[in-house]
Design a protein around this ligand. Structure first.
Ligand code: PLP
Length: 411
């Protein structure tokens, strides 16, 4: 059986409380490195093991096997993703979209600075000119009201990140991109099972990409999905995925041998990982229910901090849904966030910050055009994510809440 930290949680609370009783709280040393509340953890059980073993026993462990088929069928039935390919990561799915749109040094792309490096990397790799956009003042998502003046005759696409699985204003996005004839790429890495206007995120752009990295809601360790909504690109997507060959046509019997027909790379997910992904997808409702329980506990019990003006907490825009991918607090400043991180660490609570602004990163800062992106910087400096996973329950969430509240009593 797979060991899960959850079974140890009771011991953990007892030992840490006992220890704290003896030791003074303000000594900033981790008191218990054995049992921590991990920042995230994958919800694994025997069903996951069985799917992986089943895949091994059939010996079809390469790509595009039976489990990959099952996953793609799931995405088709549940979300209407009729044209999609599994990839070894979301970064790869983004790279595929960069290749599909033939990005080159003549092209510009607008990307939020407050994102993970993978949102920008595939375009940097193809020498495209990246124009970083700021976030909104009241939400980490890209500020669509201020992207029009970033658009030039060279702009080819806008990439949006639905941060935390909370939708950007899709209608606004689509109307801007229609007006200037721009492609839309949705970095929906956080967005499994999240919707806008009853349609899943990832289904609005020309391409939508998902991540099944171990830190995401549904995980096979490492994995991704490219959803091709602009269906004219699907055939080429299959070629690019498969080393620039028309191997999928060969499997479908459309050609009698396959050969090198285009550029591409090796973007195929092993069926062993697809087996784990399928096992996870089958219990998506259970995973989402557990995550939402933790999220709702945080929301209900930490709201008072916002009311008292101590910090800000996660808000879901009225047009968005909540898939409980993350819960964040926005501290007053960087110093307060560092203090809160260390404070929670004393109790074995692994909180985390998120995203160093990409425009001021070591790699990019000399390439940036000098515009200030104050909101992006603010989230980089002040945003703190609390632990959340389907392995947590109300007691764990309460434990975290208790210590966040006690921190804010000290300052
Ligand atoms: C996690 C993440 C990615 C990268 O996902 P991988 O599957 O690890 O490549 C891309 N974009 C965002 C916004 C992410 O959070």
């Amino acid at each position: 059986m797979i060991r899960c930290y959850k079974t140890k949680f009771k011991d953990f609370i007892m030992s840490s409380e006992k220890y704290l009783f003896i030791k003074k709280v303000n000594e900033l040393t981790a008191i218990n490195t054995k049992y921590q509340i991990p920042f995230s953890s994958v919800y694994l059980d025997q069903n996951d093991e069985e799917c992986i073993l089943d895949c091994m026993r059939t010996a079809k462990i390469g790509g595009m096997g039976p489990y990959s088929e099952k996953c793609l069928r799931f995405f088709k039935t549940k979300y209407g993703f009729n044209y999609s390919v599994l990839t070894p990561s979301c970064t790869d799915a983004l790279e595929m979209s960069s290749i599909l749109l033939d990005f080159s040094n003549d092209d510009e792309i607008i990307i939020p600075s407050f994102s993970f490096v993978s949102s920008a990397l595939p375009f940097a790799l193809r020498n495209a000119h990246i124009v970083f956009a700021d976030s909104m003042a009241n939400n980490p998502n890209i500020d669509l009201d201020r992207i029009e003046n970033l658009i030039t005759s060279k702009t080819k696409a806008v990439l949006v990140v639905h941060y935390g699985g909370y939708a950007c204003d899709i209608n606004k996005l689509i109307s801007i991109c229609k007006k200037y004839n721009l492609f839309i790429i949705e970095d929906a890495a956080h967005c499994i099972n999240s919707f806008y206007d009853s349609k899943p995120l990832g289904s609005f752009g020309d391409f939508g990409v998902f991540s099944f990295h171990e830190t995401k809601n549904i995980s096979c360790g490492e994995g991704g999905l490219l959803v091709v909504n602009n269906t004219g690109y699907f055939e080429r997507a299959e070629i690019i995925r498969d080393k620039g060959t028309n191997r999928s046509d060969f499997f479908l019997g459309k050609v009698d041998k396959y050969s090198w027909v285009d550029v591409g790379s090796s973007f195929v997910l092993s069926d062993i990982l697809a087996a784990l992904l399928y096992a996870q997808l089958r219990k998506i409702q259970e995973i989402q229910t557990h995550r939402l329980t933790v999220w709702n506990t945080y929301k209900t019990e930490l709201e008072q901090l916002e009311e008292k003006g101590k910090c800000r907490i996660t808000h879901v825009p009225e047009f968005a849904t909540n898939n409980a991918h993350l819960f964040y607090i926005i501290c007053k400043n960087h110093k307060e966030r560092s203090k809160l991180l260390s404070y929670l660490q004393i109790y074995g609570i692994n909180a985390s910050f998120h995203y160093q602004s990409l425009h001021s990163s070591k790699y990019f800062k000399a390439k940036h055009d000098g515009r200030e992106l104050p909101n992006s910087e603010k989230y980089s400096n002040c945003l703190l994510r609390l632990p959340i996973s389907a392995n947590m329950g109300i007691p764990e969430a309460e434990f975290v809440v208790k210590h966040v509240l006690s921190f804010y009593k000290t300052i």
